[in-house]
Each structure stands twice: as C-alpha cells, then as structure tokens.
Design a protein around this ligand. Sequence first.
Ligand code: NDP
Length: 435
Amino acid sequence: TLKNPNEPEFLQAVLEVAETVIPFIEQNAKYQNKMLLERMVEADRIVIFRVAWIDDKGEIQVNRGYRIQMNSAIGPYKGGLRFHPTVNLSVLKFLAFEQTFKNSLTTLPMGGGKGGSDFDPKGKSDNEVMRFCQSFMIELSKYIGADIDVPAGDIGVGAREVGYLFGQYKKIRNEFTGVLTGKGVSFGGSLIRPEATGYGVVYFAQSMLATKGNDMKDKIVTVSGSGNVAQYAVQKATQLGAKVVTMSDSAGYIYDADGIDAEKLAHVMYLKNELRTRISEYVLKYSNAKYIEGAKPWEQKCDIALPCATQNELDEESAKTLVANGCICVAEGANMPSTYEAVVVFHDAKILFAPGKASNAGGVATSGLEMSQNSLRLSWTAEEVDEKLRKIMLNIHAACVQYGADADGYVDYVKGANIAGFVKVADAMLAQGVV
Ligand code: NDP
C-alpha cells in the first residue's frame, strides 16, 4: 500500500492473488524465500508519454499514453491497449498484473503487459481517432516489437484502432510483422479473434456446468456490456440453446424476456459497431423489450451471469441478489468485474464462479495463435482456430480444477487460476536467476 498509493484497483488484484498464492508458497519449499511475489508485483518497466494530436476544429488536444511491461519470464509482453477516460496507472497496473497470470494459464509463451490512454473515442470522428492513434504510435513504437511486446485491443480499441496503429507502426519502422494482434484478416489478423473472448467465456462456463452434470441449454443468461466480449458471449450462449435476456452499456441495460436471438444481436452489433450509439436504441426496434437507465442487469433473475463490461461492475449487493434469485454460475468476461466482496458472496454460496483471468483468457490465447500464424506466414481456417480455442479453454479449466479443488470437492476457480498461473511464471523466474 505504501509503495502504490492511490492505486485501489492494483491493490485489489494483488490482494486476491496473494491470498491464494501465499499459502501455496508456504507449502512448497522451492518457492520459499525467493521474493517471487514481491518481484511479480513490480513491473519490469512502465513508460508514460504525452500524446498530442489535432482535432477536427484544428485545436491541439493532449492525452496521456502508457505501456506497462509487467513480466517477460515466459515470453514477450502481451496485453491489450485500453482507450477510456478512466484509464490511469492503477487500472493499467491491475490489468497488466492479471495478464501475466492469464497468459501463463493459456499455456502459450506470452509474458504480461497492458497499456492505453485516457483518450475517449466516444463522439470522435474517424479522422480524429486516426490522428490520435498515429500520434500514440509515434511514441509506443519505440518500446514494442514482434519479439518484444505485442499489444492488442481492449475497451475502446477494436479493429478500427488496431488498423490505424498497425499502419503507423509499419510506416515508422518499415517492417511488416505481427507487432499487434486483433488485426484485420486482410493484413495478418486471425479468423475467430474477434469472437474468441466471448466464445471462450461460454466454453469455460460449459466446462464448469459439466462438472455438475449441467449445460447451457434452456438457461436464462444475463450479460452486461455490449462491446466485443459481450456480443460474442451472447452469440455463443444463444447458439448453445441458452436465452440471453440482457445487454448493457455505461448508461443502462436492456431486458428482453423473449431473448436476444441472432437477428436481434445483429441489430445490437449494427448499433454499437456501425452507428456507435447507445444500447437504449434497441427498444426503438424491439418494443417488447425494456430499457432500464442507470441500473445493472444483475437485478434480473437468471441461471447464469456473464459480466462482460468493466472492472467492479458487480458489487456485493448485486452478488447477493444473483444468489437469492437462484443463479448457479458466474463466468467473468471482463477483467475483475466482480468486487472483492462479491466474490466472497459467490464462494460462500458455493456457486460456480470463474475469475476473468481464467474464463476470458480465450481472447489472448487466440492472439497468441495470431502471432503463431504471423510467424509461420500462413492463416488457419476458422474451424481450426475455434478448435484450438476450445482445447485451450478445456485445459485452463482442468488446470483450475487441479489447483483449486477444496477438500469438500468445491472448486475454487480463483485459487486454481492464481496458483496454476503462478507456477509457470515462478518456475521460469527461478530458472532465470535474480533479475
Ligand atoms: P468494448 O470497448 O468493446 O466494450 C466495452 C463495453 O463495456 C461497452 O458496452 C461499454 O459501454 C461498457 N463499459 C465500459 N466502461 C464502462 C463503465 N465504466 N461502466 C459501465 N460499462 C462500461 O470492450 P471489450 O468488450 O473488448 O472489453 C470488455 C471487458 O472485457 C474489459 O474488462 C476488457 O478488459 C475485457 N477483456 C477484453 C478482451 C478482448 O479480447 N476484447 C479480452 C479479455 C478481457 P459504453 O459503450 O457505454 O462505454
């Protein structure tokens, strides 16, 4: 706390890991007295830089850019870029710290990183977004590279932004490499990358449900968010026979008792990805649905909840409501969407609960597959990538069960994910000496 004042999100993420990993270290002599966790909470390096750009009125705007290179014990730094006004050092450090464990869980050779800016893409023209991305990359390009650090998308950074960032990197460095993932398919992107995080969350939920002899069929699902992760979580859950009744954005949520089927989801994608407007507009077309302003979907009765918007969007009160309404499974699509207190509620109720670092790892795993395809100079089919994604999610689930099963048979997926992620990074750090 003393070393990281005013960084509540980072401290929250570290506390959750420390609580589960410290007892494991105490039981395993090889990890003792090596200051492993102490080293892991300290980033390899952090760069903070000015991003000046010119808006459509010809006025100069100034934002702050960041890249956190957290840990490269098992591979080049890897993690997304977030463009959102709430971006600060605490948020990016928590994300980079979690990313290190998540990337380790994927079994692919990727270290942990994260970056972004307090730039708000909302309400900006395409040209403004492009000029911002170009200015951002002028500085970021000094620190990244296909074998050094490979950024990707996150909140506010999708295919459009990755395209502009890649174009600028190529211009500055005169090299065409897999320096970013989430690229367009015509210039090195992987099929299934846009779908991967959302699909992966649902695959993970399927594995959890299977441990109880259950599945997605006919389940009522609440989803928060309406961005990349939420859209494809809705698509996959619906394909598997579930009925998704909510989606949201930062202003409120829609409730559709008939379910957000494929046609309605296509309309959500049009509203959010093409028009870049609000989820509230859903009810203009589907008048049977309700829009509830300023609230979160967790007040609706469901069997499965998939929080896919942002950190700390599901608090203790919401967790209690979910449990009281009979929710049996919560799988995080976003990073740390449940507060510390909410996770305690889920564990006390012994419902299935998956932390984002396990259940949303399909996105970065598929980014890892994009890096492999770029290095090999070839493209796998959608079926091939989807099959690899499924296998990776199954393996992550198995690793969580291996390290997270309690004496009474209840699987603590938080403990399982933290320890499984820790072991690989710790072993690599031990082998590489004190650096
Ligand atoms: P998008 O930008 O595509 O969508 C974000 C969604 O979350 C939007 O609906 C947005 O609403 C909502 N949101 C953002 N900030 C807030 C807030 N402060 N309060 C309420 N709602 C908010 O991002 P992604 O779908 O890519 O990311 C969503 C989450 O998933 C993040 O936690 C991200 O870190 C995580 N994640 C993403 C991965 C990926 O592959 N994209 C991989 C792994 C994790 P609005 O439009 O109103 O801002």
